[in-house]
Design a protein around this ligand. Sequence first.
Ligand SMILES: [Zn+2]
Length: 145
Amino acid sequence: MTTHEGSTTGYSKQLPIIHPANAGYWAALKNHELRLQRCSACSTLRYPASPVCYQCMSTGEATWELLSGKGTLTSWIVVERATGNPAWSEDIPHVVAYVDLDEGPRLTTNIVETDPYTLTAGMRVEVVFDDVTPEVTLAKFRPAS
Ligand SMILES: [Zn+2]
């Protein structure tokens, strides 16, 4: 994901660049829904969003399918030092993780609302929505209730 700094919004961490191919993903998150493109030609869920299907190379229609928001933690790191952007220092330690969604795609995300040192491979997680600016909501995950 290409990012830029959000310094004009008061949020000083990286923000996504929203473009026509991924606008549906970000619009859904703003509504607190996790949606991914489903290719109308071959039914593959596309992540990241793309104007071209990775599976069948179709440039045709895709729908924005509402997902369960449930998944499995497969791999993670606990970040203990902020390097680069000092804005991250307020979040130390924080977790960068791979979550395999129940519908298939693997998201790179953060695990929140738990002690980072209690995570276990295979634990069930669920999406939470972090409204970081008026325009941008990030999908993060917490242990499933
Ligand atoms: Zn396809």
